[in-house]
Design a protein around this ligand. Structure first.
Ligand code: DX5
Ligand code: ZN
Length: 221
């Protein structure tokens, strides 16, 4: 079957932005050509860290035209799906390790007009996704253990992405990769099958966002 090559989408992770200047940072990555804003929501239970949630997303939504991709690292995601839609999210991902009723959860996300994603930790066997692949828009493959930005990606992650890509086959399910992605390894992530790259310190830690987004996407011009 003929393979259609899609443009790689860049999703800056706001966790690594200068949080005292969030509006400026969002405007800068938007101007630099980012495709979607990745917002890491942590609850201090599912992961050992607390970040931001609904009020911050609602505030960002007022001044960006980019879709917001909320990555819920929380234990009780089901209780908040309607609220995240109302706050302005376009994509919402929940963790396979935290959601015991995944079909109900992804259906609920889609009923709210959002793209439904399922995130998977590096230590969870990919088989945990088999039953849900026909019911999601994207899989968020964690290449670090979630909780913090700035970690090194775990070796073996490219093979894992390639294996997932095979499992997905012809289904219209995209692979988003998250954790330790930088201009220096983006090519390998894309070659393995990732179509959406979440980038925190690999983008906000650089001076020139425009040049870095181009490098991440593999544009040389
Ligand atoms: C980790 C988060 C990531 C993180 C990525 O729990 O899900 O989105 O912020 O940051 P970097 O790109 O710095 O690894
Ligand atoms: Zn994330």
């Amino acid at each position: 079957m003929k393979q259609i090559k899609h443009r790689t989408l860049i999703a800056p992770s706001l966790l690594a932005a200068d949080l005292t200047n969030l509006r400026t940072e969002v405007e800068k990555v938007e101007d630099a050509g980012a495709d979607v804003l990745h917002v890491d929501v942590m609850d201090g239970h599912f992961v050992p860290n607390l970040t931001f949630g609904l009020p911050v997303i609602a505030a960002i939504k007022k001044y960006t035209g980019l879709p917001i991709d909320a990555h819920l690292m929380i234990t009780n995601a089901d209780a908040y799906i309607d609220a995240y839609a109302k706050a302005g999210c376009s994509w919402l991902s929940v963790h396979v390790e935290a959601c015991p009723h995944l079909h109900r959860t992804t259906q609920h996300i889609r009923q709210n007009g959002m793209k439904a994603g399922v995130a998977i930790n590096p230590g969870t066997p990919l088989g945990a996704l088999d039953a849900i692949l026909d019911h999601v828009d994207f899989i968020l493959v964690m290449t670090v253990n979630p909780g913090f930005g700035g970690q090194n990606f775990i070796a073996g992650s490219w093979e894992r992405i390639a294996e997932l890509k095979k499992k997905i086959g012809d289904r219209p399910v995209k692979i988003e990769v998250d954790g330790g992605i930088k201009a220096s390894n983006a090519k390998e992530a894309v070659a393995a099958g990732a179509e959406i790259l979440v980038v925190g310190t690999g983008l906000f830690g650089e001076k020139d966002y425009l040049a870095t987004v181009k490098k991440l996407r593999g544009d040389n011009g």
